[in-house]
Design a protein around this ligand. Sequence first.
Ligand SMILES: Cc1ncc(COP(=O)(O)O)c(C=O)c1O
Length: 387
Amino acid sequence: MAMTLNNALDHLKPSGIRQFSRLAAETPGCISLTLGEPGETTPEEVRHEVSSSLEAGKTHYPPNNGQPRLREAISAYMAEEGLSYPEDQIIVTSGATEAVFTALMTMLNPGDEVIIPTPAFLLYDAIVRICRATPVALDCEPDDFQIDPEKLEAAASEHTKAIILNSPLNPTGTVLTKESLAAVAKVAREHDCYVISDNVYEKLIYTDAYEGFAQAYPELSDRIIVVNSFSKPYAMTGWRLGWLAAPSSLMGALSMVHMYAISSVVSFTQDAACVALASDVEPFRKSYERRRDITVSALSEMGLSCVRPEGAFYAFPSLRGFADADGKQIASERFCTRAIKEAGVALVPGTCFGSEGHVRLSYACTEETLREGLSRLGAFCASLERI
Ligand SMILES: Cc1ncc(COP(=O)(O)O)c(C=O)c1O
């Protein structure tokens, strides 16, 4: 037997976000606006709780789906968000990453299709492929990153198994409108498919117009899986903690995939996660909103046009009007490579999210770093030829 690899991996590439953040780290003095990671450390009271759990000897295998106390706290948190999920419909996962993996691994068969409104976090495309199903990118760039009902209907087929939603969206910061959500609900009904609602940025919103898909369509709860994470709102990326909430009909299968994939999350972080859930994220949210405003006005001065982000901590400006040496519009990878080398500032090419012609800027860093990064980006843009 030849020592071949799993050929589901043939079309996977390592994360481009990591590639550009590594390039930034290897370039002395480079300011990195690449990673979707809060610059702050996890709040002190949350960190302290881990020491207490360790002191108390909470070092044994926890229940597979997470400690009841944490699942109850998540259930209460979701109730405040207008969602009714009792604790036995919740699984604590190793970040939203594992939640998406568990959800897709539970539902997909070879030949199934998953619609991914694009640009999108490339995790979705990769996991769908690992599950030997087919990602179907729905290009939302021409529609200001909203979901056009006709285009969605055209993308759906008898093989459509799921649609993945992310609002606010990584990489654009867009909040999906009522019309976008309605288009998804219609297709989910007509094609009898699942909807995975990735809500990892739901606490970082700068508009009154936000509504989650599960809140808007409770009658579709039999086909919705909600994914969430401690990473972004509580500055806990390194903890690898998240959750999924699902209809009871799916819990047996989801729990089995989760159990065989990771058994459970770490035992002594779970009390701390309860403390995080009870904490006030408003100061974080306000400070991101301020950084959003700084970013949007700086980008507009540079001539980088961008759909106004209404959540998360990203902007996704267009490169329209900026030329490379050959006089044509500069490609996003080239823009980012040159910005690192020539100006000491790092962004992520739109191609890493399935959308050429844009770059992603993360303003999750400190305000001081952001201001310096924007000033370097401005100087770099001024050095480029305009079309
Ligand atoms: C939209 C989206 N979903 C999921 C994740 C993964 O989050 P976690 O750290 O909880 O695995 C990220 C991380 O950047 C993200 O942007």
